[in-house]
Design a protein around this ligand. Structure first.
Ligand SMILES: Cc1cc2nc3c(=O)[nH]c(=O)nc-3n(C[C@H](O)[C@H](O)[C@H](O)COP(=O)(O)OP(=O)(O)OC[C@H]3O[C@@H](n4cnc5c(N)ncnc54)[C@H](O)[C@@H]3O)c2cc1C
Length: 210
């Protein structure tokens, strides 16, 4: 995505938090930002929010959740982090892994409190994991997870603009992102300014620079 630098750039409309991408990452970010009191706009390229998340099984590994405790499962963020590092042969950044694993249980419970009907997936140990820690919605599909997240956003009053593909990021000469241009259905181009921009449009996996 190209970045256009222009200190004089002005936007007719500005939203405090703009999120590019309406998959799980984008919608959870939107719920968190809205919960913190910010106005949020999600820009999603596709006709409905789906992304890779809807293709997935929707199993979310998380440690030390109330769902695990209710099932008598003993687990901890450190045990999850050790499993993750073993699975990736020590290649991941351990600080990033620790941060994510430490937040994983709280994130699942926080989302459950906002109406995402998580259950602990029981009956089999997910490959490479030493405890029952996969959380999913009862249908156990990514599509159903996306439907639940979309509904939660709707209840929270979050605007998700679909068929809106971001084509350009706008920044000032200090590299501060100020807004985006997006194309509606591949035709009209519109712009929106932002106070903060969340890149939740996927595509970073296996990128060596990250
Ligand atoms: C078959 C399969 C099974 C999987 N199973 C699991 C699993 O069980 N557990 C697990 O943890 N992970 C699983 N994964 C991986 C997981 O699905 C992804 O890591 C996760 O969905 C990524 O979420 P995301 O929100 O970052 O991206 P996505 O869900 O892909 O969302 C990104 C969104 O950004 C939008 N977008 C992209 N570019 C733009 C643009 N320029 N402007 C506007 N919008 C844009 C896309 O349309 C998309 O909706 C699986 C993946 C696959 C393919």
């Amino acid at each position: 995505m190209p970045v256009a630098y222009d200190d004089a750039k002005r936007f007719d409309l500005a939203i405090p938090v703009v999120i590019i991408g309406g998959g799980a990452c984008g919608l959870v970010s939107a719920l968190a930002a809205k919960n913190a009191g910010a106005e949020v706009l999600v820009l999603e390229r596709d006709r409905i929010p789906s992304g890779s998340t809807a293709l997935s099984s929707g199993f979310i590994p998380a440690a030390y959740t109330r769902f695990q405790r209710a099932a008598g499962v003993v687990d901890s963020p450190g045990q999850l982090a050790a499993d993750v590092m073993r699975k990736n042969n020590g290649e991941a950044d351990p600080r990033m892994v620790d941060t994510i694993c430490s937040a994983s249980g709280r994130a699942i419970e926080w989302l459950a409190d906002r109406g995402i009907p998580f259950v602990l997936v029981e009956g089999f140990l997910y490959p490479g994991h030493s405890a029952l820690r996969m959380h999913a919605v009862p249908e156990k599909t990514g599509r159903a997870l996306m439907a639940a997240l979309t509904e939660a956003c709707s209840r929270a009053g979050i605007d998700i603009l679909c068929e809106a593909q971001v084509t350009t990021l706008h920044a000032d000469s200090k590299h501060r992102l100020r807004g985006v241009s997006f194309s509606r259905r591949g035709q009209t181009v519109e712009e929106v300014g932002c106070g903060a921009l969340v890149l939740a449009c996927s595509g970073l996996a296996a990128t060596p620079r990250w």
